[in-house]
Ligand binder design. Structure first.
Ligand code: FE2
Length: 416
């Protein structure tokens, strides 16, 4: 295979450079690559911001475009009502229908430069309809996207009959990650027991862990401490993620700051879903209303790994969503009060490197020998990319173009 050189790339906002790709791998970086490979095909990226592909660490691809499915109209806009409504309607789903909808969402994600996805799949279903569909999809799209499947018991390990056994069966069928939802179990004790069970399964089957955790404004919801403890005492640092942790926004500071030291010892990954939780939380507040956001700024200042994710595309939990992580970044920075120039300049990591780190992707980023996976945004620098929620105009995977977009042209009749 011949060498392709990409020149005038503003890689990770570090200034213009060039790089060479051969056999699907990065083989060299630096302005002198053109002299070295004189027969190479040359692609001019025209100074555009070039970053690793977007990594969406939390979405539910089995739920996408089901917002109108529940027979009951959503009245309260709360998480718990959505789970009840989903429970009543999920029996009607077929594998073919789940696949049809998931492919639409995956194509939309690819159009926004996403190449790494962790999807939770509801396994509180003895027929495993969604899991069977997603295992096939994962294989079908692997040339375009890496998908990790979480065995996610939407209705609980214990609140749903034999939920724990269903999670185990899902892992045997091929799910990659152990999920859970301790704040949905009947009691605090059951919630902790579900976390413990999740860790037992992760170690038995050598899987990563990712819990829906404290997705509530209840300041007494503190399962994140159990997740940190089980991670630390089992030596699973870096392999565990706590998704949502909205309650952290309501914790008192004495507790939150004590927990920061524990989170660091556990090297816990945090996944935050800005638009989803901005919509779902604060629903029991009159005014002032909480924002449903975890302590992104403090976690980041403490060196913890935080990523922003989509969570839902038009499902009973959230009516909008389009797979564009630049939109999540925009919301996440606003809701987290992280808008200094430096914070904005460094913020793309929340939807690229940090998500990939949570997914434990090894072959990620601009290094010689890594797979040549990258995207080009339609702006010259990180600040303007964030300010304008820039489009992804090129997505390259293993050296092959998998998506290319014509930049928007604006025609005007201005006379000034
Ligand atoms: Fe979720």
């Amino acid at each position: 295979m011949s060498v392709t050189i990409y020149k005038n790339a503003n890689i990770d906002n570090q200034g213009l450079t060039s790089f060479a790709v051969e056999n699907g791998k990065f083989i060299k970086f630096g302005k002198d690559v053109e002299q070295e490979y004189q027969d190479a095909k040359v692609v001019d990226l025209q100074g555009k911001l070039t970053v690793p592909p977007f990594a969406d660490a939390h979405i539910h691809l089995d739920y996408v475009y089901t917002a109108s499915l529940p027979s009951k109209e959503t009245a309260s806009g709360t998480l718990f009502e959505a789970i009840d409504n989903w429970s009543d309607s999920k029996d009607k789903l077929t594998e073919a229908e789940i696949k049809r909808r998931a492919y639409i969402a995956i194509k939309q994600q690819i159009s926004h430069g996403v190449q790494y996805v962790r999807t939770h799949i509801d396994v509180t279903d003895p027929k495993f309809t969604a899991l069977k569909a997603m295992l096939e999809i994962k294989e079908q799209v692997k040339d375009y996207m890496d998908i990790q499947i979480v065995a996610f018991p939407q209705e609980g390990y214990f609140a749903y009959k034999d939920g724990d056994k269903l999670v185990e069966e899902a892992l045997k069928m091929g799910a990659d990650v152990v999920g859970g939802i301790p704040h949905f179990e009947f009691t605090r004790e059951d919630g902790v027991r579900s976390v413990q069970k999740g860790f037992e399964l992760a170690m038995k089957y050598d899987k990563l862990l990712d819990f829906h955790c404290d997705e509530t404004d209840d300041d007494q919801s503190r399962f994140v401490e159990s997740i940190a403890a089980f991670t630390y005492f089992n030596g699973l640092q870096g392999r565990t993620a706590a998704s949502h942790t909205c309650a952290m926004g309501s914790y008192n500071n004495a507790y939150a700051f004590k927990m920061m030291t524990k989170f660091k010892k556990a090297n816990l990954n945090f996944i935050v879903c800005p638009t989803e939780n901005c919509y779902l939380q604060g629903r029991y507040d009159t005014y002032p209303k909480r924002r449903g956001i975890s302590r992104v700024d403090e976690l980041t200042e403490n060196g913890l790994n935080v990523s922003f994710a989509q969570d839902s595309i038009s499902d009973p939990w959230y009516p909008l969503g389009n797979g564009n992580l630049m939109h999540q970044l925009d919301f996440g920075l606003h809701l987290s009060h992280m808008m200094s120039v430096e914070q904005i300049n460094n913020s793309l990591k929340f939807v690229t490197y940090n998500g990939a780190k949570t997914l434990c992707v090894k072959d990620y980023g601009f290094k010689v020998g890594n797979s040549a996976n990258f995207v080009v945004l339609n702006e010259d620098n990180a600040f303007d990319a964030v300010r304008n929620t820039a489009s992804t105009i090129l997505s390259v995977r293993n050296g092959n173009i998998i998506m290319q977009k014509e930049p928007e042209k604006v025609l005007t009749t201005y006379k000034f």
